[in-house]
Design a protein around this ligand. Structure first.
Ligand code: PLP
Length: 382
């Protein structure tokens, strides 16, 4: 038996998304072609756009399909900076939080190197993983000129929900533009433009049961973004390249299949069981508001790699809490920013449930955790 608890990395494909993609693949044509087949593909893309727009509380022309969350984040940051520069109204400051996904952090660092006079600041977070609003206020008050702020809605490692409405109101107070990476919020809490109150949102299909390789940027009507990819006039001229019709159809079907924000009951049951098996375990961000699917937990003295591999052998897919890319486990900048003890952070694993997780899955994982932690500690003690 395999049980999958790594939905923050990629959620299992929803059957509705698979069906929509198969239907679209059966009639593939270029949505820009004028013949009947092309028009049918265009209709699929337009229908999908309307679904994403409805989900995001925006109009269809506010939705730009991209190759995923990473590209949408890059389009938001580079695109907003470039559009302002072209209009002679350069941003002077770029403010991100210290716990952003690398696709925001690294893009912000590249953008700061590319735009002379742009000052990059990283807002600190509390030990619970919440963005420090007073630090953000101070940064917004410092310096002259307009700021671009990019702060996520939900952290991918801890599941901590950021105070986006308070961030948005600080941004408004200081005439800053607010981009919010909502990749880990979608499907787990209300995540539209009005809910999060941002000017620009990023979504990614594979985090909600859609396919990999497609995402979207959603902007308020007054937001100016310049394209990063040039060529055809697709996506209102904001993103050149033939639309990935089948992936886009799968994305919309996954969004349409979202029933309700994930409840916290399964997570709470899981955490109680994990803690009762290992009372000195630490759950990161436990006192903060968190989405209902994510637990970032460390059993002191049991390295994350040991736990991840042992759980895998028992049939459970989880990931190391530390940022893990290309199979390499590196130190987590998120746990570092939260001031976690480095030895403890090295033991952190991330358990992330999804749309098909059951109470039996949770009970089985808790049993496996108990067995592995007890065995690993007994070995160390021997
Ligand atoms: N933003 C967050 C918060 C994420 O968790 C991820 C993926 O892990 C991304 C952006 C990147 O999305 P994608 O994999 O679609 O490029």
């Amino acid at each position: 038996m395999r049980v999958y608890f790594d939905c923050n990395a990629t959620a299992p494909l929803r059957p509705q998304a698979r069906d929509a993609m198969l239907a679209a693949l059966g009639t593939s044509a270029n949505p820009s072609s004028v013949h009947a087949e092309g028009r049918a593909a265009r209709t699929r893309v337009d229908e999908a756009r309307a679904v994403i727009a409805g989900f995001a509380g925006a109009s269809s022309d506010a939705v730009t399909f991209t190759s995923g969350g990473t590209e949408a984040n890059a389009l938001a940051i580079h695109g907003a900076l470039q559009a302002a520069a072209e209009a002679g109204q350069r941003f002077t400051r770029l403010i991100v939080s210290a716990i952003e996904h690398d696709s925001v952090l690294h893009t912000a660092r590249t953008a700061a190197a590319l735009h002379p006079g742009l000052r990059l600041s990283e807002v600190a977070v509390t030990s619970d993983g919440d963005v420090d609003l007073s630090a953000l206020r101070t940064l917004l008050m410092e310096g002259k000129g307009r700021a671009l702020v990019s702060i996520m809605a939900v952290n991918n490692e801890t599941g901590v929900v950021q105070p986006t409405r308070a961030i948005a109101s600080l941004c408004r107070e200081h005439q800053a533009l607010y981009h919010c990476d909502a990749v880990q919020a979608a499907g787990k809490m209300p995540s539209g433009l009005q809910d999060l109150d941002a000017d620009i949102l990023t979504f990614s299909a594979h985090k909600i049961g859609g396919p990999q390789g497609v995402g979207a940027l959603v902007c308020r009507p007054t937001t100016r973004i310049a394209p990063l990819l040039h060529g055809g006039r697709q996506e209102n001229g904001l993103r050149a390249g033939t639309e990935a019709t089948a992936a886009i159809a799968g994305f919309a079907a996954a969004v349409a299949a979202i029933e309700a924000p994930l409840a916290t009951d399964l997570r709470d049951t899981l955490e109680e069981s994990l803690l009762s098996a290992c009372p000195d375990a630490v759950i990161f961000g436990r006192s903060a508001m968190r989405v209902g699917n994510t637990t970032c937990i460390a059993a002191p003295g049991v390295p994350a790699e040991t736990l991840v591999i042992a759980l895998d052998l028992e049939g459970f897919a989880v990931s190391a809490g530390a940022a893990c890319s290309s199979g390499r486990v590196t130190r987590s900048h998120v746990l570092d920013a939260m001031g976690a003890d480095p030895d403890l952070a090295r033991c952190a694993i991330r358990i992330s449930a999804g749309w098909n997780t059951t109470a039996n899955d949770v009970a089985a994982l808790a049993d496996a955790w108990k067995k592995i932690v007890t065995r690993s500690r007994a070995r160390v003690a021997a």
